[in-house]
Structures are given as C-alpha cells and as structure tokens.
Design a protein around this ligand. Sequence first.
Ligand code: ADP
Ligand code: MG
Length: 250
Amino acid sequence: MLESRSLSVEFGGVAALSDVTFTVSGRSVLGLIGPNGAGKSTFIGAASGLVRPISGNVSWRGIKLTGRRPDQMARLGVARTFQHARLFPGLTALENVMIGSHLSGRSGVFSAMLRSPRWRKDDAYLESLAVEAMESVHALHLAQRLAEDLTAGQQRLVAVARALAGGPSLLLLDEPAAGLTDAERELLAEDLTRFFATRDMTVLLVEHNLNFLMSLVSRIVVFDRGSVLAEGTPTEIRSNPAVIDAYLGA
Ligand code: ADP
Ligand code: MG
C-alpha cells in the first residue's frame, strides 16, 4: 500500500503541496492528474525522496519513503521517471537502461557508472535485464544509439525502459507519453498495460493525455493547487463537477 499522510511541501515559503492524504492499495495503477503547477511532479519528488516535505510523509508497504537516499529507494524497489528524460547524453540507450537494471542487479549504480570490476562481472546479467525492458516498450532498436542523438519521444521511451529494467515494486511515472506521436503513445499504452498485468507492482502515473491515462488506471487522484480535489474511478472523475470546473474545462 502506498500512503500519503498529510504531506506538505513548500518551495521558498510557497506551498506546493498542502496536507495531501490518499492511499493506493496493493497491485494497482493509480492516475494522478491536475492542472499545471498542481504539485504532481512535487508529489513524485517527495515519494522518491528528492523533495523534502515540511510535514507529513509518504510510505510504501509501511516504510517511510520521504527523506530517503536514492540507493535506499533502489533497495526498496522504488523507481521513477522524470518529467524531462534525464539520460546520460554520451552513453548509448542500452547503457542508460543498464543503469536502471542495477535495481535488481548486485552492483550499485556508482560502480556501474565507473565500470568497476564488479560491474563487469554483472555486465551480462544487467544487459539481459536492460534488453528485456527495452523490448517490452518496443525500444530495442534504439539500443546502440547515443542518448543525445535520440528524439525527445525516443528519450522518453528509454527513460521508461530504465525505470522498468530493475523490476520495481513501486513505479512512479511522470508524464511518460509526453512528446510521443499518437502512434507511439498508443503503442506505449499497450506495452505498459501488458507489463503491469504480468508484474506484482503498484504504479503511480502522472499524465496529461487523458485518453492514455484512462486506458491504464483503475483509480484517479486529482490535484488542484497543491491539494487533493477528488479521488475515484475514471468514470467518477470524468463526471465530477469540481474536476470538470478545475481541470477538464468546458
Ligand atoms: P505539476 O507537476 O503538477 O505541474 P509541480 O509539482 O511541478 O506541478 O509544481 C508545483 C508548484 O511548485 C508550482 O507552483 C511550481 O512552480 C513549484 N515548484 C516546483 N518545483 C519547484 C522548485 N524546485 N523550486 C521552486 N518552486 C517549485
Ligand atoms: Mg509536472
């Protein structure tokens, strides 16, 4: 269970999240939506330990996530993507994804980056995990390309593959379909549906494209100006007057 308890975050004294409370049970895919600036990325930041709350916390299977270091997150099986892909530009797509495979590999991300002897020993194993993850999102053809030569959409797919590669138990995706063409987005929705169905994992999905989001999630939380505005099934959310006012617009 993923649980946000009275989570509040401020940047320079300005509230980005105020008293955010909700829970996601077990093996499910939760959508997180809301207008620009509503605090969606800030929530993922807090849940992945990068953003420190002023009060409250986010926990996963009863373990507090807020304030933890990236290596602790990896050991807890938490993976995330960023709103901007954040790949290592001079590494190939495959090498970038292998840095994600360390989650279930035996060496840490730093030895992976430094190519230590220990990394070389695990190399074949990590590569097989990375190849599998790239295959699962139809990105394997990009494996040997340098990240800096990829389009924004391709970089996004590689970043998603990197998050999947370690076989996370909690996956936080920040707008994974942004910058993709319509065809790429539909393919990614199918790929993720298949991936989620065969894994024991909880997913939090932030996405602006509502058709993409609605096809993947079982429940939705709506943020507005740093607070929870509504929570429910896709059908409930679509017909919620407050959500239509604040977000879906008319
Ligand atoms: P969303 O992802 O829903 O568009 P964000 O979480 O990115 O929203 O932002 C929520 C609010 O916090 C916005 O007002 C934004 O300007 C502010 N904010 C986000 N990150 C920072 C930061 N690192 N420093 C200062 N303000 C920030
Ligand atoms: Mg955002």
